[in-house]
Design a protein around this ligand. Structure first.
Ligand SMILES: [Zn+2]
Length: 319
């Protein structure tokens, strides 16, 4: 079993449970807003149960508590139906009823649930696609046109890609202390930015350099989750991993007080700690500045630490 992939399964399951919990809370609020009486019944029920728990060791438990709770449960179900909800609307929420999103079934000897196995298989497949073909060894320069327009330095698209590939390979081979700690790939789509990013990721892993490759979208999702659930581990990894590769910057939602702030914090802390970051984006430098503010971009594109590679030419997916 691939531990890294299995860890991803556990993370996905944990995220699923957090989502379940959020949905339960949302339903509770929705119900109480529509029918405050249900809220009162739930409060009474919780209070009685808590009181009996606290006093269990000192005095005899309250007579008839079980019957009382049963009556409250029945009353709540009645009110739910009368208010237009299903009777089980406030029951625990699960994506997988078999394992209740724990990933394991059975009591005593636990076995991996079929939902976790399926998740593992699909992640492993993704991971394999990642490792098998997206590395420098499979980098095929002949896919880039060697005729057609040249850049300012008179290089064809293929010649420029050769220079970029060699630069990125040197970067990956000298981790954790390459010449520049930050790389920015910018330019249109279909020019090999993501591929090159993954090549660096693959080489870093080969060399046992801790490396995380995520899309900007995943990054912002992780940041948002960390804020709402107070679970910092994944976020810490983004701050601390030796190499962080952020793909597709500019496609993530621009959330007030999160996107720009988080991005600045991550880049700033990583640069201060001398850690390496690679970013790819389809945005132009002007668009980057407009979207992420001067403060973020001047941090990111700091001449001493950042190498900018501008990708131009023909979308090779169309060839
Ligand atoms: Zn399951």
């Amino acid at each position: 079993m691939n531990n890294q992939v299995f860890q991803q399964v556990l993370n996905a399951l944990a995220e699923r449970r957090r989502e379940d919990e959020r949905e339960e809370q949302r339903r509770r609020r929705e119900v109480i807003e529509k029918c405050p009486e249900i809220g009162q019944l739930m409060d009474a029920r919780r209070e009685a149960v808590l009181k009996s728990v606290y006093s269990a060791f000192s005095i005899a438990p309250e007579e008839g508590l079980a019957e009382k709770v049963e009556r409250w449960n029945a009353d709540i179900k009645d009110l739910l139906v009368k208010s237009g909800f299903s009777a089980d609307y406030l029951d625990p929420v699960f994506t997988c009823a078999q394992c209740e999103d724990t990933g394991y079934t059975g009591t005593g000897k636990k076995t991996l649930c079929s939902c976790a196995k399926a998740l593992y298989a699909s992640l492993l497949e993704e991971e394999k696609g990642f490792e098998d073909s997206q590395d420098f060894e499979h980098f095929d320069l002949s896919r880039f046109p060697d005729n057609g327009p040249t850049d300012k330095k008179g290089r064809t698209q293929r010649e420029r890609m050769r220079v970029f590939r060699d630069y990125c390979m040197a970067f990956a081979d000298t981790l954790p202390h390459p010449d520049k700690s930050t790389l920015l790939f910018y330019g249109g789509s279909g020019l090999g930015k993501t591929y090159l990013l993954r090549c660096i990721h693959a080489r870093a892993r080969e060399r046992d350099i801790p490396s995380l490759c995520i899309t900007a979208n995943q990054l912002i999702r992780t940041a948002r989750q960390a804020i709402f659930s107070r679970e910092q581990e994944e976020m810490d990894a983004l701050y601390e991993t030796e190499l962080l590769l952020i793909d597709d910057l500019g496609t993530e939602p621009l959330i007030e007080n999160i996107t720009v702030e988080e991005l600045f914090n991550i880049l700033n802390e990583r640069q201060n700690a001398g850690l390496c970051t690679v970013i790819s984006t389809n945005l132009s430098l002007e668009d980057l500045q407009r979207r992420y503010t001067e403060r973020v971009i001047s941090r990111l594109l700091n001449r001493q630490t950042c190498m900018k590679l501008f990708f131009e030419g023909i979308d090779i997916r169309r060839l």
